[in-house]
Unconditional design. Structure first.
Length: 380
């Protein structure tokens, strides 16, 4: 594997052509938002905080807003597909299954961000507009990215409500226990063969993002499948978007499988930052979340190259947690199996100790674990 990108430069927001505050929300279109909200409350330990639906005046969709620390997920399903928005939700779920429709980004000035993005080649979906209620005003704008995914640019500096105007506060579905993760670390997109560089250039030009990492070559491949990956990030590294495309190999890669079953490009997985991956994995497993398996042989030599970590090697082996080290420190990570029947969206739990990498030392072990699942599904 080659890691050819220069380290991303952290620069001040006032010098940034497209300053961001961080990820605002990951918005999912799902077949049943009520049931999805229950699953992520119980299995992921998230807290329901806001709701919009027929009872609040939205006659076409129901949306549930869940949080864990600074991470925010919104689950939306159609109630009545009588407008363009309702038809989009209905058709999106029919075509793709449950999936991410919006990677919303919080910005200090949505009007300026939208103007910059469109001037540098973005396709505008919604010009800046305001939503207002007793909690203040939110300014929103929308631009398109890969597939049917969009970025909503959110300026909530003048708003102190639970989520957005039109939503009402809601009590948790179940009372959460200790928090299992505190932030969205990165969101990974899968695009078609030959289009990764196109989308990297999109983020470079439209948002002023820098190339943080690049993974190509034989070491990002197994005996059967391969992919290529590049990571773009804003100047402060608060928003990180790895982009994957398939590479030619003997058999179907995980990216090929995703593109086939999702029906095109989209968000493959969301990485969630945790301060205690052991407690997180134990709690999520107890709640029924399935994680990818890792052979014991992976751990036989792990200590020789990763060194000492906060979690003892025996506990890493027991829980099937992966570890990786680079020049800045180390990280611990583990990946769920797909969280719906289609082999599409899954999650990563990640605990960082200095390293800002993505576990490149684990790529082969991870891909082989995914291939074992592909083979069980008959898709390798």
């Amino acid at each position: 594997m080659t890691d050819t990108a220069q380290p991303a430069t952290v620069h001040a927001s006032d010098a940034d052509p497209f300053p961001v505050k961080g990820m605002d929300a990951v918005v999912f279109a799902v077949g049943n938002a009520k049931q999805a909200a229950h699953y992520y409350s119980t299995a992921f330990g998230m807290r329901l905080v806001a709701y919009s639906g027929p009872e609040t005046g939205d006659r076409e969709a129901a949306s549930y807003v869940l949080v864990s620390g600074g991470a925010r997920f919104v689950f939306t399903s159609v109630v009545k597909a009588s407008t363009e928005r309702g038809r989009f939700l209905d058709q999106h779920v029919a075509a793709h299954g449950d999936g991410v429709v919006d990677l919303a980004i919080e910005v200090p000035d949505a009007r300026a961000a939208y103007a910059y993005a469109v001037a540098h080649g973005a396709k505008g979906l919604a010009e800046p507009y305001e939503l207002e209620d007793e909690h203040g005003t939110v300014v929103l704008a929308e631009i398109a990215t890969y597939g049917e995914t969009k970025h909503t640019l959110v300026d909530r500096s003048g708003y102190d409500g639970a989520y957005l105007p039109g939503f009402v506060e809601r009590a948790p579905i179940v009372e959460p226990g200790p928090r299992r993760f505190q932030a969205i670390d990165h969101c990974v997109g899968n695009v078609e063969l030959g289009r990764m560089d196109e989308w990297v250039a999109f983020y470079n030009n439209v948002m002023g993002f820098t190339n943080m990492k690049e993974f190509v070559g034989d070491d990002i491949a197994t005996e059967y499948s391969a992919l290529m990956s590049k990571v773009v990030a804003d100047g402060t590294l608060k928003v990180k978007f790895p982009l994957n495309e398939p590479a030619i190999a003997k058999k179907k890669s995980q990216i090929d499988e995703y593109l086939e079953f999702y029906g095109g490009p989209g968000v493959q997985h969301i990485a969630l930052a945790t301060n205690d991956i052991v407690a997180t994995v134990r709690a999520m497993r107890a709640a029924g979340v399935e994680f990818l398996d890792t052979p014991d042989s992976y751990y036989d030599t792990l200590g020789e190259w990763v060194g000492e970590t906060r979690v003892p090697l025996d506990e890493l082996r027991e829980l099937k947690i992966l570890a990786d080290r680079d020049e800045d420190g180390y990280l611990l990570q583990i990946f769920t199996k797909p969280v719906q029947d289609k082999p599409t969206v899954f999650f990563e739990m990640i605990e960082r100790h200095g390293s800002m990498g993505f576990g490149k030392g684990n790529f082969k072990a991870l891909f082989e674990a995914i291939e074992r699942e592909q083979e069980r599904r008959g898709n390798l």
